[in-house]
Design a protein around this ligand. Structure first.
Ligand SMILES: NC(=O)c1ccc[n+]([C@@H]2O[C@H](COP(=O)([O-])OP(=O)(O)OC[C@H]3O[C@@H](n4cnc5c(N)ncnc54)[C@H](OP(=O)(O)O)[C@@H]3O)[C@@H](O)[C@H]2O)c1
Length: 279
């Protein structure tokens, strides 16, 4: 296939691009800055400069690339600008879906998040509706809803609700924001009830989902856990001592039965290994 990876330089995209080229696909990776595309090009992809907030820029790249499928890995989290990320989810997705429709592209795999279901201590499956937790940033839920609805409007739209990413290059990896705070004993957890997923497993799911039917699929490991349990483990693994935990919202963990039925089995079934793959 000819596959456009929107967000080909991010923590998931930089893994997805070489997986796709190695599998023999023609890949076009996007970034806002040409110099960030060098690793993707070294992996055999073409590079395209695109700002997802600019409809004309997105249209030019999609119509020029003429892809069979689009992979949507656009987030804006490098600076922890959550409002900016919500805006990108809404506007970037709208622009990408509109450009896909104009170019006759019906297949899209997009990254969503797994912790936005009705808050509950019991893990939920894909039938759990996106719900509002009053403790969460209010821009989050409408943005996730908008992203998912846009992608599912395509004939072959697949939404992957990813757990909290850990592994090299993520916030939980050495040098990452959450890791660095944990070295000093401080953990700020987005939600109490958490599902994790190793970023390598997340990338594999994106590649596999290019063949999956339209719908929502949770991409999480086998080991849902509460922040009170994982936070001290992370602090210990990062060399910290006592844990000072702040939990922002209740959240909900997720099950992965559907993904397993589609053939995705995580190579890292639990964040406990390492833990967080840190040793
Ligand atoms: N489920 C999760 O837990 C989850 C999910 C995602 C991220 N994160 C965390 O967030 C951290 C940062 O994520 P990241 O490394 O993927 O970086 P990021 O800054 O979120 O960027 C992701 C991708 O989106 C692209 N992008 C961002 N804004 C864009 C725009 N306006 N137009 C076009 N492309 C745009 C980036 O390209 P350029 O910057 O090259 O233009 C990059 O390819 C990670 O370390 C991870 O821990 C967590």
């Amino acid at each position: 296939m000819r596959i456009l990876v929107a967000g080909g330089t991010g923590v998931i995209g930089s893994r997805v691009v070489p997986l796709l080229t190695a599998a023999g696909h023609d890949v076009i990776a996007t970034s806002r800055r040409a110099e960030r595309l060098l690793p993707a090009q070294a992996a055999g992809a073409e590079g395209a400069v695109m700002d997802a907030r600019d409809a004309a820029s997105v249209d030019a790249v999609v119509s020029g690339a003429r892809p069979d499928a689009i992979v949507h890995l656009l987030t804006d989290l490098a600076t922890e600008d959550f409002a900016g990320n919500a805006h990108l989810r809404v506007v970037g997705t709208r622009n990408l879906v509109a450009a896909a429709e104009r170019a006759g592209v019906t297949r899209m795999v997009a990254e969503s998040i797994a912790w936005v279901g009705e808050p509950d201590a019991a893990p939920g499956d894909e039938s759990v509706a996106i719900a509002r937790d009053p403790d969460t940033d209010e821009s989050l839920f409408p943005a996730v809803e908008s992203l998912e609805a846009g992608v599912l409007g395509l004939e072959h739209g697949v939404v992957l609700r990813m757990g909290m990413l850990y592994g090299r290059g993520t916030w939980f990896g050495r040098g990452g924001r959450i890791y660095e705070r944990a070295e000093g004993g401080t953990v700020v957890a987005t939600v109490r009830h958490t599902s994790f997923v190793h970023v390598d497993d997340a990338a594999l799911a994106v590649v596999m989902a290019l063949d999956w039917p339209r719908g929502v699929v949770n991409i999480v490991d086998d080991d849902p856990v509460d922040a009170d349990e994982w936070a001290p483990e992370l602090v210990w693994a990062a060399g910290g001592d006592t844990t000072e935990l702040t939990v922002r919202a209740t959240g909900r963990a997720s099950t992965n039965t559907l993904a397993a039925s589609l053939g995705w089995v995580p190579e890292h079934p639990t964040w406990r290994d390492g833990p967080f793959d840190l040793v």
